[in-house]
Design a protein around this ligand. Structure first.
Ligand code: FRU
Length: 563
């Protein structure tokens, strides 16, 4: 038997070159003079990963790994090299196949050209996603010099996680984004992990220039878990502060988010820190007068191990409570969006209610909110996982819609709500379908039968009455409300949505890569990542087991932000 197996393997490896046989490889160093704006790097999705280094003046200036295409590339990554124009550059690649001519010649380009840009089959049409490469967490969200800045965890050289760099996009209206070149690259501190940004309006750091304040970014150096700082006075050029502003505290610690605490006129940083030996999650609070010198102030403990309460990417902010005159409360959250409501005295957060949850979807993680938002709103964007690593796609993953947070008084206590920002109305194409008061019973005609739509914003206000089930079918994806369980189900994701005075209010956004469902004016948020069948453009609304009353039904066609 063993003999049979061995001969079979031998046979296969002789028959199929490459199978069970190591190709001879070599390390290459290629020398070239930087002449153009970009170095063009060929990528083949799924190819063996190679380590690359760019040496400038004897210094290892960029290092990354990538699925280097030695044959026909799926796409090209672009690395800016114009800051070294005229200089000799050494490009080192480990272990390419001996016959490879991958950097012969080295390709440089002044233009970042990509014929397929934003036209890819799986490109989300109104959610930010990077032009190329992978993204996960939103970072450094801040309003500065008339623009919303959205930085993001970016792998510029592959469509899977890696080479963590801060990508950069700007918007004037929160919905239309222009991606700029990558802003912050890995250096001796290692890959640049997540963190936040602030505008230092009072120039406490002294980093402002000629009366112009600096926008200051905080991020984790993933080599030693120190917290580092970069800044910019023009929103385009970025400078590193020379050392970690918060050295590693304990084990893993990361994702600094900084806010200004006006009553004490000082900065507050929240940072995820793993404690002890049992994966105890915690949020370390630190304070600073100048963004450079930080003093540990207090700790709020979260879950342990797989209980991910207060794990990674903390957020911390204060909001007025709707329905309670003059009352303000603080919200502390981690990456999985479980949150606490409490009070804060400038150094210590006191949880009044903990481990609450508003978000019951799939694929939503590590959200952050904008600092210095000019209208005073608390606006969040999260990483929304998509199933986009398919075919020859050159990008992967996306952000959620921007959502406004509010705190509201409910019979259960003070709760967080999320609703799309008002600016999302700018996505509407102008085509609207509206149906007023209607009753709907089993086998009634589909009130949405005339609609043929790809991107949609759907509003439904329905009183199920004696009906057992309300079913919205959105381009082949069933969103079912089970009246007895008071629960919404979509593609296997289940979320609680209690009727309010007998009524269910839904707002649903449908993009190519999924649905974002808001129930009961944002008391429940349910994003469902699913690639929607391109050929199905139909919508339907039906009920089972009784008569329901529709008080409002509106569908808006949306348009792409990439046109
Ligand atoms: C959350 C996270 C962060 C980290 C980053 C790395 O998704 O794990 O904690 O900074 O991603 O990309």
């Amino acid at each position: 038997m063993i003999y049979k197996l061995l001969t079979a393997c031998l046979f296969v490896s002789v028959m199929l070159p490459g199978f069970a046989q190591e190709q001879p490889t070599r390390n290459i160093s290629t020398y070239f003079t930087a002449e153009k704006k970009y170095l063009v790097l060929p990528v083949k999705n799924g190819a063996t990963k190679r380590n690359l280094e760019l040496w400038v003046d004897g210094v290892n200036t960029r290092f990354w790994d990538m699925e280097l295409a030695e044959d026909k590339p799926d796409w090209y990554a672009y690395m800016r090299i114009d800051e070294w124009k005229g200089k000799q550059i050494e490009l080192r690649v480990d272990k390419v196949s001996a016959a490879s001519k991958v950097f012969d010649p080295v390709m440089q380009s002044d233009a970042d050209t990509n014929a397929n840009e934003y036209k890819e089959k799986l490109r989300p049409q109104f959610h930010f996603s990077p032009k190329r490469g992978w993204t996960n967490d939103p970072n450094g969200m801040v309003y500065f010099n008339g623009e919303y800045h959205l930085f993001f965890q970016h792998n510029p050289y592959g469509r899977n996680w890696g080479n963590m760099t801060w990508g950069h996009a700007v918007s004037k209206d929160l919905v239309h984004w222009a991606e700029l070149d990558d802003a912050i690259h890995p250096n001796q501190g290692g890959p640049v992990f997540s963190g936040g940004a602030v505008v230092d309006k009072n120039n406490t750091s002294g980093l402002g220039e000629n009366g112009k304040p600096a926008m200051v970014m905080f991020h984790t150096g993933a080599r030693g878990w120190g917290q580092y700082m970069t800044w910019s006075t023009d929103g385009r050029n970025f400078h590193w502060y020379d050392k970690a502003v918060v050295p590693r505290i304990n084990k893993e610690n990361r994702d600094p988010k900084v806010i200004w605490y006006e009553p004490a006129k000082q900065w507050v940083m929240v940072l995820w820190v793993e404690r002890g030996n049992n994966e105890q999650h915690s949020i370390q609070f630190l304070t600073s007068p100048d963004l450079k010198n930080w003093t540990p102030a207090s700790i709020t403990y979260g879950g342990i191990g797989n209980d991910r309460y207060l794990y990674e990417c903390p957020e911390f902010y204060e909001l007025p409570v709707q329905g309670m005159d003059g009352v303000k409360k603080w919200v502390l959250t981690g990456a999985n969006t479980e949150y606490a409501v409490g009070s804060f005295d400038g150094t210590t957060f006191t949880e009044e209610e903990r481990k609450l949850q508003n978000q019951h979807g799939r694929g939503f993680y590590a959200p952050q909110t904008f600092s210095d938002e000019p209208t005073g709103r608390r606006i969040e964007i999260g990483w929304w996982r998509t199933n986009t690593a398919e075919d020859d796609m050159d990008f992967n993953q996306s952000m959620s819609l921007p959502m406004e947070h509010k705190l509201v008084k409910t019979p259960e206590g003070i709760r967080l709500t999320r609703m799309p920002v008002k600016e999302a109305e700018r996505l509407r194409s102008g085509k609207i379908y509206k149906a007023g008061n209607k009753t709907l019973k089993e086998n009634s005609a589909n009130p949405l039968k005339d609609i043929n739509i790809e991107l949609a914003e759907i509003h439904v206000e329905i009183t199920p009455g004696k009906a057992k089930e309300v079913a919205l079918n959105i381009r082949g994806v069933a969103v079912i409300y089970n009246v007895a369980a008071q629960q919404l189900v979509a593609d296997g994701v289940k979320a609680p949505a209690p009727l309010q005075n007998g009524k269910l209010t839904l707002l649903i956004y449908a993009d190519r890569t999924g649905l974002e469902i808001f129930a009961n004016n944002g008391l429940m948020f349910m994003p469902v990542n699913i690639n929607i069948d391109d050929s199905d453009r139909s919508l339907s609304l039906s009920v089972k087991g009784g008569t329901a009353k529709i008080s409002s039904l509106e569908v808006y066609e949306l348009k792409s932000i990439w046109q």
